[in-house]
Design a protein around this ligand. Structure first.
Ligand SMILES: Nc1nc2c(ncn2[C@@H]2O[C@H](COP(=O)(O)OP(=O)(O)OP(=O)(O)O)[C@@H](O)[C@H]2O)c(=O)[nH]1
Ligand SMILES: [Mg+2]
Length: 289
């Protein structure tokens, strides 16, 4: 496979109205910053609105663009994992991640890449000086803030925007956190990955981003996904709570995963505690404070 240093992963589900614009803009930004050294990977879960076909068209036209088609909607966490695995196989040293709905502006990519010179995980943050959220209704704004504060307090870490999905991740982090045992199916994935990274002693840094509400397409956030966060976050910090939570361990090498394959919880948790047993609350690197 063609090996490239910087991979951008863009998960898509029903983003037919956004995917072309975001991929072209991000691709152009990367071409300017790291010419010939990047790939853009669209991870589409068989979107019924034809996003996958538009993605294929882009991949045909632009050398650096690839598409990973998955058989059905398996959640954002699983899409990230599939993208990470492909990027690592493709020689990625840095893996960028962004949403397809233009909430994440490709104009912030230079700041994320620059920060990754000194940090292992860079989080585009709405909640540090210079960061902002535009055009969100107050309820959404409040829920997001409350969710971030909840995660930060319960986990005892200093990162202000743990749920943020605009990131730049060093290869070593993805190799060091035992991806196969990350459990979150939805948006908690970002919290879990950040918490694991801190626990493993990686440097986490936040750079300010201006986040904009999507103007095209529909949000995939749902009540079950929000509830996942409520009870999953405490169990990240307090492992004894995990017993109540059946773990789905997914074989990473198989893109046609069966999401119903619920493996033995104890076995999966045993594997996890070998690799991510630290408590970031006790040793948060200075940059994350
Ligand atoms: N491949 C894949 N992508 C997904 C899935 N769920 C969401 N996405 C993508 O993940 C990104 C974030 O999802 P959004 O629906 O924008 O969720 P959000 O950003 O929390 O909410 P809004 O901005 O209000 O829409 C978008 O690019 C989605 O298309 C999924 O199950 N599979
Ligand atoms: Mg969005």
């Amino acid at each position: 496979m063609d090996q490239r240093r910087v991979w951008l992963t863009v998960p898509t589900y029903n983003e037919a109205g956004n995917v072309e614009r975001i991929v072209r803009a991000a691709h152009a930004e990367l071409q300017r910053l790291v010419p010939g050294e990047h790939r853009v990977l669209i991870v589409d879960d068989a979107s019924p609105d034809g996003t996958g076909r538009i993605a294929d068209m882009l991949a045909q036209e632009l050398d650096a663009v690839d598409v990973l088609h998955r058989p059905g909607k398996q959640g954002l966490g699983r899409a990230y994992l599939a993208g990470f695995e492909r990027a690592l196989d493709g020689g990625a040293e840095l893996v960028l991640v962004m949403d397809a709905d233009y909430s994440h502006d490709p104009a912030h990519i230079p700041a994320l890449l620059a920060a990754a010179r000194d940090a292992d995980l860079v989080v585009g943050s709405r909640y540090v000086a210079g960061g902002a959220i535009e055009q969100w209704p107050w309820l959404r704004r409040m829920l997001s803030r409350a969710g971030s504060l909840y995660a930060r307090r319960i986990l005892g870490v200093g990162v202000r925007d743990l749920t943020g999905g605009f990131r730049c991740i060093r290869r070593e982090v993805l190799e060091g956190v035992d991806l196969a045992t990350l459990r979150s199916q939805g948006y908690v994935f970002n919290i879990e990955l950040g918490f694991r990274a801190l626990g493993a002693g990686f440097r986490v840094e936040e750079v300010p981003i201006v986040f904009r509400d999507r103007t095209v397409g529909e949000s995939k956030i749902s009540l079950p996904i929000a509830f996942e966060a409520l009870w999953l976050v405490p169990s990240l910090r307090f492992p004894s709570l995990r017993r109540a939570w059946p773990v789905r361990a997914v074989p990473l090498a198989d893109p046609d995963v069966n999401p119903d394959a619920v493996l033995d919880a104890e076995a999966a948790l045993g594997a996890e505690s070998d690799s991510a047993g630290g408590d970031p609350a006790k040793g948060v690197p200075a940059r994350a404070q």
